[in-house]
Each structure stands twice: as structure tokens, then as C-alpha cells.
Design a protein around this ligand. Structure first.
Ligand SMILES: Cc1cc2nc3c(=O)[nH]c(=O)nc-3n(C[C@H](O)[C@H](O)[C@H](O)COP(=O)(O)OP(=O)(O)OC[C@H]3O[C@@H](n4cnc5c(N)ncnc54)[C@H](O)[C@@H]3O)c2cc1C
Length: 395
């Protein structure tokens, strides 16, 4: 186990992978995920009976993500992309494995998210935190139109990426209130923030007093993508302050129309709004009802009279400018069912194996074009197990 050893080449002799070469890097004791210095101190070469590549995906390398972006399926590659994985997830080993003679496939398969916000205390460059939302947030695209049914928050990742890219912009808007944020916003990746890992709960609790849930309070206060307001007018003014040059401003009357359309159905057990139906449906699972889905309520206090403005019983209104953010790589090194790499002619590559995200979580793309949330580590472990057993047999 050799830390600060960066592989730059797979050693191939007589058509067989027999080791790796690379550079030793200057020692450092930076925290996990922080970009570390790349200054070289020397070279190394290790040899073995077989070589396993398990170097992860390309999500920390926006240039590679854009190069292989599936424009035909998801619209043009985004210009504005924040990063949901550390800088070391740079995809270099894919090119290095290809140069050694391994076949790379399905490079256009990727799994990115629509709900990224900039980390106010970034660990790596362009560090994105993902909001894992529940169903109650109103979701508008960059032009202020409501996202199409059934693309409610958290419902269909890849289809939502496509819908957002088809608008020509890289962001969209979440509109909710404090009660929804408290129950439904989980921040994935924020465990990287020292305050959370150190479990400094006092600071979090103090925020609750301001009417914001502790879990999102610091993001709402310090994050660049958040607006908190007591009225809809104030909220939309704040949202427009986050709009950059070339991006459309939002019209308060249009936003109000969508808020009232949803609010107006909240009391109706036979709601006609598909999203309100989805909220009711989600609450049929007892555990979700208790822990994950806010009690249906109106965002605005006076929505019944058709001119809603002030925040309702759910506390201050919140708007979040959410961005496309990278995460997983669904294609990569093609392998056999034993995780042995294949050459471009389809023949197994003696001595070379690949497992985990670098192999598209197994085989070169076991998920296909889509995926199911949370099923990625399983592919890493399974393809690693297959590789381990085959390598043990081989050596
Ligand atoms: C915030 C976050 C949340 C996630 N949540 C989930 C989840 O809930 N469920 C789920 O299933 N998946 C989740 N994932 C995805 C999952 O964690 C990754 O897909 C998985 O960890 C990839 O494992 P891996 O071993 O293939 O690659 P990695 O964990 O990326 O490890 C690759 C290693 O190779 C090293 N390396 C790379 N290149 C070189 C080189 N040239 N020389 C030497 N070393 C090198 C890297 O430094 C790194 O240590 C999440 C990912 C992130 C970032």
C-alpha cells in the first residue's frame, strides 16, 4: 500500500500487464478530499502477477466530462458545471489504460445531478454539495417555467438533466419554505464540512432560532445560491440578484401563479396537481411520512384569496439556485464477467483487471444509460470481488 505514488503507466511485456510505473509525490498530510500538491520527488516501479485498475471515474475533471457529454441524449454539454467529487477523480487512468491496450467503451454514459449548490467552505475546486430533495419543493427551470411532469424534485435524475439542458441554461430554481427544507433537504457531500464531521451541534442549533432548519441553516446564511425571505416579492427580488449576465430574470407574477396553483390544491385530498398527488402518494409509506416528507401545507399565508404574498405556516420562504453538478461515470474500461480487461479486438488482456467506477461499475457500463440512486458502491464491491477471485486463480 503506497500512498503518494501516482501511476503514470501500466507496464506491459509480451502482451501481459506485469506492473505499474509512476512518480512519487511530495509527502503531505492534507485532509481527505483536499487537492494535494503534485510536485514529484522521484519515480517508482512495482511488479506483480497481475494488475488491477480501480482508479475511479472522471467527475473531478470537467474537461473530460464535457468531451464525452452525451449531447444527443442530454442536450449540449453544460458550460457551467460544479464538481461533486474531489479533484483526484481525474480520469487519467482511463487514458493510461487505453494507451496500454485496454478497450474503453460507453464513455458517453454518465450520472450527474441537477441539484448542486456551491459549498460555502469548499474542500476541492468548484466543490458542489448535492441537495437530495423530497417531493414538496416547487421546481422552476431557468426561464421560470415549471419543470415538466413527472420531473418533480428527486424523481428522475437523467431526465431532469436533459430537461434543464434543453432550456439552454445550466441552472434551475427550487422554491420551498423552512418546514419543507427541514424535513426534505438532505445535503450529500456536506459531511465533508469539518463542522459536521466534528459534530459541532451548538452552532447548528443556534440557527434554528432564526426560523431555519439546522441542517440547511449555514448553507442558507453563507451559501451563494440561497435566498431566504418573508414574502414572495422579496424572494423573487433576491433570486434575480443571483441571476448572472445572459441568464433570464424571473417575473414575480409568473412565479406566484405556479406557487398558487400548487397551494390551491394542498387542501384537496383528490388533488388535480400531479406533484401534490405525488406528495400524498409518498406519504403513504409510514417511514417516509414520519421522517422524510413535510406535512402538505401552503407556501403562502394568503393564497386562498388569490394574491398570495407573505410566507405561510411553514416559515420563511427559501429559493435555491441549483446547478448541474458532476458525480458518477457509467462507462470506462471494458471487461469480462471476471473483471478482466478486454483489448479492442475483444480478446482478454492477460494480467490486466479493472473494477469499480473506472470500469463503469463493472464490465464497462453495467448500469446502461440510466441507473438507480445508491446502486453504485454495489457495483464497485461486486466487480472488485470478481477481479480478486480471478486474479487469485491467475497468480
Ligand atoms: C459525495 C458522494 C456521495 C456518494 N454517494 C453514494 C451513495 O450513496 N451510494 C453509492 O452507491 N455511491 C455513492 N457515491 C459513488 C461512490 O462513492 C463511488 O462511485 C465509489 O466510491 C467509487 O469507488 P472506486 O474505488 O471505483 O473509486 P474511488 O473511490 O474514486 O477511488 C479511486 C482511488 O484511486 C486513486 N487513483 C486514481 N488515479 C490514480 C493514479 N494514477 N495513481 C494512483 N492512484 C490513483 C485515487 O486517489 C483514489 O484513492 C458517492 C460519491 C460521492 C463523491
Amino acid at each position: 500500500f503506497a500512498v503518494r505514488h501516482r501511476v503514470d503507466e501500466i507496464v506491459v511485456e509480451d502482451g501481459r500487464a506485469v506492473g505499474v510505473r509512476g512518480a512519487t509525490l511530495v509527502p503531505c498530510d492534507l485532509d481527505r478530499g483536499v487537492s494535494s500538491p503534485r510536485e514529484e520527488t522521484g519515480t517508482f516501479e512495482f511488479r506483480g502477477g497481475a494488475v488491477l485498475v480501480s482508479s475511479g471515474g472522471i467527475g473531478g475533471n470537467p474537461d473530460l466530462v464535457r468531451r464525452y457529454w452525451p449531447s444527443d441524449r442530454l442536450g449540449d454539454a453544460p458550460g457551467d458545471l460544479i464538481l461533486g467529487v474531489p479533484e483526484h477523480v481525474d480520469g487519467r487512468m482511463l487514458e493510461i489504460s487505453g494507451t496500454a491496450g485496454a478497450n474503453l467503451i460507453n464513455r458517453d454514459r454518465m450520472w450527474h445531478y441537477t441539484e448542486g449548490v456551491a459549498n460555502f467552505a469548499p474542500i476541492w475546486p468548484s466543490h458542489a454539495i448535492r441537495i437530495i430533495p423530497g417531493p414538496s419543493t416547487l421546481w422552476l427551470d431557468a426561464t421560470g417555467a415549471r419543470m415538466p411532469v413527472p420531473l418533480f424534485p428527486g424523481f428522475h435524475t437523467t431526465a431532469s438533466v436533459e430537461a434543464i439542458r434543453r432550456t439552454g441554461y445550466d441552472h434551475s430554481w427550487f422554491i420551498l419554505d423552512s418546514a419543507i427544507a427541514e424535513k426534505e433537504f438532505v445535503l450529500s457531500g456536506s459531511e465533508q464540512n469539518p463542522e459536521m464531521t466534528d459534530k459541532v451541534v451548538k452552532k447548528f442549533l443556534s440557527r434554528a432560532k432564526k426560523g431555519l432548519p439546522p441542517s440547511v441553516g449555514e448553507f442558507a446564511e453563507k451559501g451563494v445560491d440561497w435566498v431566504v425571505a418573508d414574502s414572495l416579492e422579496e424572494l423573487v427580488t433576491g433570486m434575480n440578484e443571483l441571476v448572472r449576465e445572459g441568464e433570464p430574470e424571473l417575473e414575480v407574477e409568473k412565479v406566484r401563479e405556479f406557487v398558487l396553483a400548487m397551494d390551491g390544491q394542498m387542501d384537496n385530498p383528490f388533488a388535480k396537481d400531479a406533484q401534490v398527488q405525488a406528495i400524498h402518494n409518498s406519504r403513504r409509506v409510514l417511514t417516509d411520512k414520519l421522517t422524510r416528507i413535510a406535512k402538505p401545507h401552503k407556501l403562502l399565508a394568503d393564497s386562498g384569496v388569490g394574491s398570495g404574498s407573505a410566507a405561510g405556516s411553514g416559515g420563511p420562504l427559501i429559493a435555491v439556485k441549483v446547478h448541474l453538478m458532476t458525480r458518477k461515470t457509467l462507462g470506462g474500461i471494458e471487461t469480462t464477467l471476471d473483471s478482466q480487461c478486454l483489448r479492442p479486438d475483444g480478446e482478454p488482456f492477460p494480467g490486466l483487471y479493472a473494477a469499480g467506477e473506472v470500469a463503469g461499475f463493472g464490465g464497462g457500463g453495467v448500469h446502461g444509460y440510466n441507473s438507480l440512486e445508491g446502486t453504485f458502491l454495489g457495483g464497485c464491491i461486486f466487480s472488485g470481488m470478481k477481479a480478486g477471485r480471478a486474479m487469485a486463480r491467475e497468480v
